[in-house]
Design a protein around this ligand. Structure first.
Ligand SMILES: O=C[C@H](O)[C@@H](O)CC(=O)C(=O)O
Ligand SMILES: [Zn+2]
Length: 278
């Protein structure tokens, strides 16, 4: 497990490109027949990907070593969104068919987790966020149709996009995890502009639906000390509470956002006036 320490905004200001990438960028999310896990000590979120190809992938009991518990989800909840081909996920004695662009919430206490692809020529790619939890809410699949959609922005400002809120209180109860997917329309390149921070929650952004040569310039830093990361397809950015999180692509892209922290109020954002950005 790749462990990332939290970072003070004053430290972040001093970093060069390599330093920013080392602390905030997660580059290799999907490896065949493996699970990848990055543990951020910011709100103790674990970010990762599972890509079963030739055989099922399970979360080994040894993973509990990293959490100091008998098993991985003893005191955690997990949300995943499938960005690949159809998947079958076994959670203890329940089986879930998770199709492309569908989400699965796995509540605290699940012991057996097994992930497989229905067709190995179109492997599932299960991107997940996992966070400390205080109680067991029911496991549940959420389809795109059940996710609460919100279309924002306009072509004139190159930010026309639909936000699909998969794991939010309007759809199902979770302890703290919020997850969703934002899809830009062709010709729209900006997400979350005007931009915001939220002192009460941290967030992780996972970019995908990009061609090999496409990049997203992900904006981070305090509003008056902005920096950027060059992000490629299927890479994620860890965003501390003090950081803006916004991006512009060389073409339209899709991203999954996940948030943990103090509250579950999606609209609890500290909007940054455009005149304040530097
Ligand atoms: O706090 C909320 C998150 O930054 C994202 O949900 C924003 C987003 O997907 C968008 O505006 O497109
Ligand atoms: Zn945000």
């Amino acid at each position: 497990m790749d462990i990332r320490q939290p970072l003070h905004s004053e430290h972040a200001r001093t970093l060069d490109t390599e330093g920013l990438r080392r602390h905030f960028l997660v580059e290799d999310m999907f490896l065949p027949d493996q699970a990848t896990l990055t543990y951020s000590q910011i709100d103790r979120i674990i970010v990762g990907g599972v890509m079963p190809v030739t055989r099922p992938v399970t979360f080994a009991p040894e993973l509990g070593k990293h959490t100091g518990t008998d098993f991985f989800l003893q005191r955690r909840e997990l949300g995943l969104i499938n960005i690949g081909g159809a998947a079958r996920v076994l959670v203890d004695d329940q089986q879930f068919d998770v199709g492309p662009r569908e989400a699965l919430y796995i509540g605290q206490g699940a012991r057996i987790l097994e992930f497989k692809s229905v067709d190995s020529s179109q492997p599932a790619k299960l991107y997940f966020n996992c966070a400390p939890a205080h109680t067991a809410y029911p496991h549940r699949k959420v389809t795109l149709a059940e996710a609460s959609p919100e279309t924002l922005g306009s072509p004139e400002t190159s930010n026309r996009r639909t936000i699909y809120k998969f794991l939010v209180p309007d759809v199902l109860p979770t302890c703290q995890l919020l997850m969703g997917m934002t899809q830009l329309e062709p010709g729209s390149l900006w997400n979350t502009m005007p931009t915001h921070t939220h002192d009460r929650r941290m967030e992780v952004y996972f970019y995908f639906d990009m061609t090999e040569n496409a990049v997203v310039f992900h904006m981070l830093g305090e509003p008056t000390q902005t920096r950027h990361l060059v992000v490629r397809n299927e890479q994620a950015v860890i965003s501390p509470s003090w950081s803006i999180h916004s991006g512009v692509g060389t073409q339209a892209y899709t991203f999954i956002w996940g948030m943990v922290g103090e509250n579950q109020v999606f609209k609890d954002m500290d909007h940054v006036p455009m005149t304040a950005l530097r």
